[in-house]
Design a protein around this ligand. Structure first.
Ligand code: BDR
Ligand code: CA
Length: 317
């Protein structure tokens, strides 16, 4: 049975890579993209989601999400990293298809009622929509098959402040609510994403083998890589959001640790994800009553890269 998934996303260059991988994978049924602010504003994320699906001939629903965080004032979108259009300036023609009538949170609620125990929510942007869904219908925790979240940094530093990762920093209250809920959740933090680099040669090979999916991604990656070179001195770009999908299809590429998670919601450490490994105790009361979740703490880059290439090029030639 294919994995039925909903990707909650702020496209975004690495979001586009994750969406392409989900479309290409024979064992994934992409039901919908639900949209959120982060790399761009929410209405821009909806436009980008619809445009990508049309460009790649996919018919998944698109449901628009929240336009502001649960409790803080919205941060500026990540235009510096993803470009003003979210795709590093690469033009993807707009679609005339409208978004779904339901908003993102309601879409998740209704879809999991229709397919109880079957849907995995793959969240690769700020977690506002998932927090709203939990608030409106707490029973959703028992209807999802799983939740996979790209966000946070557990044993390493942040990417927007010394301690915070962008998705959690953009809505720390939502992130804390989602990580504190009793659904089966797997976290894909920077620990598992930063060891992987898409180099220009690698992306050009994807584009050569499968121009339809790969060419726009390779062009976007070139823009994304300029940010990684100038800010981190890296010779490529990090495909963060793909990890949240690859967990379903190539779980052997990741090393896991189990434990309780929480997110700091104010002060200088706002957005920081803190982790207490299972079986250990501390005097931090923040973890009291919190469930243990799985955390992807490291990646085998060779395995991950081989799988991504194989999936993206399987229909080529
Ligand atoms: C996360 O933030 C966004 O910029 C990326 O799309 C990814 O979801 C990485 O910190
Ligand atoms: Ca994202």
């Amino acid at each position: 049975m294919p994995h039925k998934i909903i990707i909650d996303t702020d496209p975004g260059i690495d979001d586009a890579m994750a969406i392409a991988y989900a479309i290409a994978h024979p064992d994934i049924e992409l039901l919908a993209l639900t949209t959120i602010f982060g790399n761009v504003r929410t209405h821009e994320a909806t436009r980008n989601a619809l445009a990508l699906l049309e460009h790649w001939g996919a018919t998944a629903d698109v449901a628009e999400g929240e336009s502001a965080p649960v409790a803080i004032t919205a941060n500026e979108p990540g235009y510096l990293v993803h470009g003003r259009n979210g795709f590093g300036g690469v033009e993807i023609a707009a679609s005339s298809r409208p978004a779904h009538d339901l908003d993102a949170a309601q879409y998740m609620i209704e879809a999991t009622r229709r397919h109880p125990g079957e849907i995995t929510l793959c969240a690769v942007g700020p977690l506002t929509n998932l927090a709203r869904a939990l608030e409106r219908d707490p029973d959703i925790v028992s209807r999802v098959k799983a939740v996979v979240v790209m966000g946070g940094a557990v044993h390493r530093k942040g990417n927007v402040t010394p301690v915070a990762e962008a998705n959690f920093w953009n809505d720390p209250h939502a992130a804390d609510a989602v990580l504190g809920a009793g659904w089966p959740l797997v976290l894909a933090p920077l620990d598992c994403t930063m060891p992987v680099l898409f180099t220009p040669d690698y992306m050009e090979a994807v584009a050569r083998e499968n121009p339809k999916l790969g060419k726009p991604l390779s062009e976007m990656a070139a823009a994304y890589s300029r940010f990684y070179r100038s800010h981190l001195g890296l010779g490529g770009c990090v495909p963060h959001d793909v990890m949240a999908i690859s967990w379903l299809t190539v779980p052997g590429a990741f090393r896991l640790q189990k434990g309780a998670l929480a997110v700091i919601a104010d002060g200088p450490a706002i957005g920081q994800c803190i982790f207490q490994p299972g079986g250990t105790k501390s005097r931090a009361t923040i973890f009291d009553g919190r469930p243990d979740h799985l955390v992807m703490v490291d990646t085998d880059p060779a395995l991950f890269l081989a799988d991504f290439m194989a999936v993206m090029t399987r229909h080529a030639a």
